[in-house]
Write a protein that binds this ligand. Structure first.
Ligand SMILES: *Cc1c(COP(=O)(O)O)cnc(C)c1O
Length: 499
């Protein structure tokens, strides 16, 4: 299997090369040129395996230049630190409504599923390709990626990691998680701007030829931990298979029966992994794309017009406060039958006009695979309250957005297909909003000025649920990184970090 750029079909790379490069020279994303399809027997076989073994089986199909033993070692290191043996357990609330909990890793958000294994994939890829001695990871984060990447790469040999986050775009707990990060190879910096500013700033640095030339003789290569990197997306395909197997194992569905997944979406990485799983033969019905008030994807998937020219909303689900979803490019490439020119022209229109309209063929295909909806903050809080009061289940605002969208979709369409809500964060990462949703009057008073950690205990008291240990450990920690820079000064900061 080879990897090609979504904007240039001419040249192809090995898996290790694609992972080591991150982004292609023309700014395209790497995609596999064919997709492995699992037979029914292979799918059945996955059922009796551990999560780590499932990961090796599925990822191995895409990583021909890695040995099975290597992948076993990586999976063991990546998922051994999760706080439940199943790694990604499925919880059933009501008949036909399941929650795939992806937040049992060290930073309590689903980003750990990929970012605990990416450092191993990336450093191995660098070695295999001889692409440079040292790699510097640049990350733009809306909150969760930054911390998960810092934790994944901290003190990993021959790596450095630099994280930029929007000054006012992350929760207090998320901020403290990042600014108190330990490790000798890390740097964290706020920017005056929103997530899209951070992301486009980082993309500009990647395409800066002068900087590349400057760093090369010193042995530094730049790479990305955002989901534009194939090595970040690939591990996410695994949990769709894993959830399906678990549902079969407990007789919630029959092997071969279709399942819908509802995914709280920002950069379109998570849901795209679900689409890859479907194309690989997993019996998936509809993929439901759930958004918050930044509902650019809802409009796009319904009308075929992507238009980022709209107000940016800061919501209680900050990891989805995104107007430019990078991974959509991979979907457009697949749905246009690998048409690099067509894909590049959409992306060019997005860059120059902030808007594009896909062809009728692409729109028809989108409609056949996806449904979309959104919840505003009021609806999201009502869902959190309802899940806790009626089912005794505490969920975070991102998961609540998806849960709300699923329930609206089922009501509107009558589609009763067994459904999995992808649960992406621990509610304790967003204590203020969750307490407010539960109607706790102390929530508002705390949420400004304080670092938010005192709310962890308040939410534990209110809910009777114990917070994850890594979040409790934040109590009393102080910030190590306090700088904030203008959004056009990212390059200077990176230069300084690598000096
Ligand atoms: C990153 C994130 C999302 C969005 O995932 P994408 O892959 O960017 O679509 C949703 N919820 C949480 C908690 C996240 O951290």
């Amino acid at each position: 299997m080879r990897y090609i750029s979504t904007r240039n079909n001419e040249s192809s790379l090995s898996a290790a090369e694609a992972i080591a490069c991150g982004l292609s020279r023309e700014g395209g994303l790497f995609v596999p040129d064919t997709l492995p399809v699992l037979t029914g027997a292979e799918l059945t076989d996955l059922g009796s395996l551990t999560y780590q073994e499932r990961a090796v089986r599925i990822m191995g199909r895409f990583l021909e230049d890695f040995s099975g033993a290597e992948l076993e070692r990586f999976a063991a290191m990546a998922y051994g630190s999760f706080d439940v043996r199943e790694v990604a357990p499925v919880r059933t609330l009501r008949s036909g409504e399941h929650f795939l909990e992806l937040w049992h890793g060290p930073t309590c958000a689903f980003k750990d599923m990929a970012l605990q294994i990416l450092p191993h994939l990336l450093t191995a890829s660098m070695r295999k390709t001889g692409m440079g001695e040292s790699v510097c990871i640049l990350v733009a984060t809306s909150g969760d990626t930054g911390k998960a990447a810092l934790e994944g790469f901290r003190d990993v040999e021959n790596t450095k990691i630099m994280v930029f986050y929007p000054e006012n775009g992350v929760s207090d707990i998320q901020k403290l998680q990042m600014t108190s990060q330990e490790g000798g190879n890390v740097d964290v910096c706020a920017i005056r701007g929103n997530f899209d500013d951070a992301q486009s700033g980082v993309k500009r640095i990647f395409s800066d030829g002068t900087l590349r030339e400057e760093l090369k003789p010193r042995g530094w290569t730049l790479s990305s931990a955002n989901s534009i990197n194939w090595g970040r997306l690939l591990p996410q395909i695994v949990y769709y298979f894993s959830a399906y197997c678990d549902l079969v194992n407990r007789n919630a569905i029959k092997m071969g029966e279709k399942v819908n997944f509802c995914v709280p979406t920002g950069n379109f990485g998570d849901i795209l992994a679900g689409y890859y799983a479907k194309r690989m033969g997993l019996p998936v019905g509809t993929l439901l794309c759930a958004s918050n008030a930044n509902n650019v994807l809802t409009d796009f998937l319904q009308t075929g017009v992507y238009d980022r020219n709209r107000p940016f909303h800061t919501t209680i689900s900050p990891s989805m406060d995104i107007l430019v979803s990078s991974n959509l490019e991979r979907l457009l490439y697949m749905l246009s039958d690998g048409n690099d020119r067509e894909t590049a022209s959409y992306m060019e229109a997005l860059r120059t006009e902030g808007r594009y309209r896909v062809s009728d063929v692409v729109l028809e295909r989108i409609r056949a695979e996806f449904a979309a909806g959104f919840c505003d903050d009021g609806e999201t809080k009502a869902v959190i309250r309802d899940a806790f009061r009626k089912d005794g289940y505490l969920i975070d605002p991102h998961t609540a957005v998806a849960c709300g969208v699923l329930r609206k979709y089922r009501e509107e369409t009558g589609d009763g297909t067994p459904s999995v809500v992808v649960s992406t964060a621990s509610p304790f990462k967003f204590c203020g909003s969750v307490l407010e949703a539960l109607g706790n009057p102390s929530a508002g008073g705390f949420s400004h000025g304080a670092d938010g950690t005192e709310l962890i205990a308040a939410l534990e008291r209110e809910s009777g649920v114990t917070a994850p240990a890594p979040l409790k450990a934040l109590l009393g920690r102080t910030a190590r990184f306090t700088d904030c820079v203008d959004k056009d000064r990212l390059l200077d900061r990176v230069r300084g970090f690598l000096r």
